[in-house]
Design a protein around this ligand. Structure first.
Ligand SMILES: Nc1nc2c(ncn2[C@@H]2O[C@H](COP(=O)(O)OP(=O)(O)OP(=O)(O)O)[C@@H](O)[C@H]2O)c(=O)[nH]1
Ligand SMILES: [Mg+2]
Length: 345
């Protein structure tokens, strides 16, 4: 083991320094993990047995709903109980909030000087295996390092909302007054993955209207049931039965409703443990993890076996309308699985 890790060029000092609480070592290790570098993979493999202890909390919702502000206040609340925590802020993909990273940094500066809080911002682009993989790996490493709480902030749009459910035990959906059409989007799926729903900016008079709209959507969903964090196939496989997602109100900038939110998060965790859903979730996460690596390895293997030349030939045949894409892909797969076969035959 040691020799292969040496062969990978892993700086063993980095790993133990990170475990001992060296934040710069941890930051470097996280960069290796984010970049999908061999050092990162080796560290994850070596530290994997230490994972599975953190309560991973996903904070998702519309751009500008106040997620970062809320996370900052939540972090202060958690620190007041003396618990350490890590925050992973996944850069919003929405062009409307492209400046959020800087804003987040400024707002988080105060927290960042606290030794008990570790903050990591991740760009949504530039990860070889995709942002979802990178996020899961970063969270895994922070769990291994021993942070009892890891908060992941993502913008709830498209794929991200599903991905946060794959990594988190508790998903908090943050909305704000004035969503308008967003209620329709919520119906389409956001609320299905939410364990706790928060209407932030409750200092605004329109907040009541938003709460009512969300209550209405929740009632509407009633018969379909709540599926809880990790619901990969919500229509068929409910994980958390009997948990009714509460709708809370917060005014993050005024620190209102924060302790109630933390109480709800703790209550959800207790519920997961007592109902046995915690173990189901863990199993589901583990399976999703293995499946996703399998896909990644399989893709790499296929690309390698097929080769750029055969790939280009297939694309050309499709371009010339000699072959449809599905047949081209099937033939490439056949060729890859039986290397002696002629892909065109
Ligand atoms: N009135 C009011 N404004 C708030 C509240 N919480 C946050 N804001 C403001 O809303 C804006 C967006 O806050 P952020 O915390 O950056 O929101 P976000 O959801 O993290 O935004 P993105 O990461 O860009 O999606 C900022 O100007 C905040 O000051 C609140 O409770 N009340
Ligand atoms: Mg933010």
């Amino acid at each position: 083991m040691l020799s292969s890790r040496k062969a990978w060029g892993l700086d063993l000092g980095l790993e133990s320094a990170a475990l001992a609480g060296d934040r710069r070592a941890l930051a470097r290790l996280l960069s290796h993990v984010e970049n999908g570098a061999a050092e990162g993979r080796a560290a994850l493999a070596a530290l994997f047995s230490r994972t599975g202890r953190a309560h991973i909390i996903g904070i998702t919702g519309s751009p500008g709903a106040g997620k970062s502000t809320l996370v900052g206040k939540l972090a202060q609340e958690i620190r007041a109980y003396g618990r350490r925590l890590a925050i992973v802020a996944v850069d919003p993909t929405s062009p409307f909030s492209g400046g959020a990273l800087l804003g987040d940094r400024l707002r988080m500066r105060e927290l960042a000087s606290d030794e008990g809080v570790f903050i990591r911002s991740m760009a949504s682009r530039g990860h070889p295996g995709g942002i979802a993989h990178a996020t899961r790996d970063v969270v895994l490493l922070l769990d291994a390092i021993g942070f009892p709480v890891v908060i992941v902030e993502t913008v709830g749009a498209g794929q991200a909302q599903v991905e946060v459910a794959r990594v988190a035990h508790t998903v908090v959906l943050v909305e704000a007054p004035g969503m308008g059409d967003d209620v329709q989007a919520l119906k389409a799926g956001l609320m299905e993955i939410a364990d706790i729903i928060v209407v932030n900016k409750a200092d605004r008079p329109e907040a009541k209207q938003t709460v009512r709209a969300l209550q209405f959507v929740r009632r509407d969903m009633g018969s379909a049931g709540h599926h809880g964090a990790g619901a990969l196939q919500p229509a068929t496989e409910p994980v958390v039965l009997g948990w009714d997602p509460p709708i809370l109100q917060t005014a993050a900038i005024e620190s209102q409703g924060i302790s109630e939110l933390w109480d709800a998060i703790q209550a959800h965790r207790r519920y997961l443990e007592e109902s046995g859903a915690w173990d189901v979730l863990r199993k589901r996460h583990a399976r999703a993890e293995v499946e996703s690596w399998l896909q990644r390895h399989l893709m790499l293997l296929l690309e390698e076996r097929i080769g750029e030349l055969r790939m280009n030939e297939a694309v050309d045949r499709v371009l010339r309308r000699e072959q449809d894409p599905a047949t081209a892909a099937r033939n490439l797969l056949g060729a890859a699985l039986e290397p002696d076969r002629d892909p065109i035959a």
